[in-house]
Design a protein around this ligand. Sequence first.
Ligand code: PLP
Length: 371
Amino acid sequence: MKVAFVDLKAQYQSLKNEIDTAIRNVVEETAFIRGKYVEKFEKEYELRYGVKNCISIGNGTDGIYIALKMLGIGSGDEVITSACSWIATAETITQAGAKVVFADIEPDYYTIDPADIEKKITEKTRAIIPVHFYGQSAEMDKIMSIAGKRGLYVIEDCAQAHFAEYKGKKAGVIGNAGVFSFYPSKNLGAYGDAGCVITNDNDFAKKMRLYANHGSIDKVEHLFEGVNSRMDGLQASILSAKLPHVLEWNRKRNEKSELYMSLLSDVDKIILPKVRKECTHVFHLFVIRCQRRDELRNFLASKDIQTMIHYPKALPFLQAYKYLDHKKEDFPTAFIYQPEILSLPLYPELTYEEIRYVADSIREFYRNKSS
Ligand SMILES: *Cc1c(COP(=O)(O)O)cnc(C)c1O
């Protein structure tokens, strides 16, 4: 049996009519950049998310950059973020002109460790970017309390956590801003690049909206220089067609994850994901920690099961951050976890038989190894 890591075609087939109509509408009305479909999606996202402002942008990476810039963060400032994320979270700090400061992760949930944030704070620290990693929120109460005491801004990287909840609050509305990516394989995915920033602060929202569109208030006047980071109409229209289904898809991701967990619960060579108390996980990824990870991965590949690693190297150990001169002792948890993590196939349309086959194959691998 062949098991794909994700199957975006399965989702398209389940919504073919809605999506085809969504695309045709934009083309027939030539509403290509911004325009009525983009405004419609922003309003719908605000409503479903329960937030005052949704600012559509070109992609999630730009969202973090734009939020940092419009908070006035730049040269001479430091911004603390998680050692474990996609590089977008860190590179935007440098792009804004500030210094990237990494904090280690919590061993149970793989999100930024509040205790290590406190250790990394200096006179120059201006903001924290927690990442709601793999679909689960960082420890926001502690992060907000640290930020409150020190007067720091908090930008939540929600690229992997659409509609995840932390103690009854949605990820993205707890800090000063929440940034989302609608990259095709995210829990809510467009058919190309797209993203948004949400915030309840109307003035901040207004600045980000201007900055994302050349600082332009109309075709005549530009209040300041900005960037070109606009959502296009096709992406917005497709996202509007998909948005009503996200909660259902998140529920299915949870069901599939629970099935994996029950089928793998007695395999002592692996550590299953843990869900934080009073929080919901939206399982953007189903990540296990395992012994002999690379051997297991090859074995699964020989059985036609696709797996991935998110991410093969923690950010401080990348070539790109060699200049920070970090050693493994600086991030003990991130360092230990890096060679153990493996993301198993997971998407809402994955079948019971496929999950069973993946779980059986993992059991087979460890059975053969121990005998
Ligand atoms: C996908 C992702 C981003 C970047 O989003 P793009 O839309 O690809 O620019 C940022 N942070 C995290 C954690 C991501 O997973």
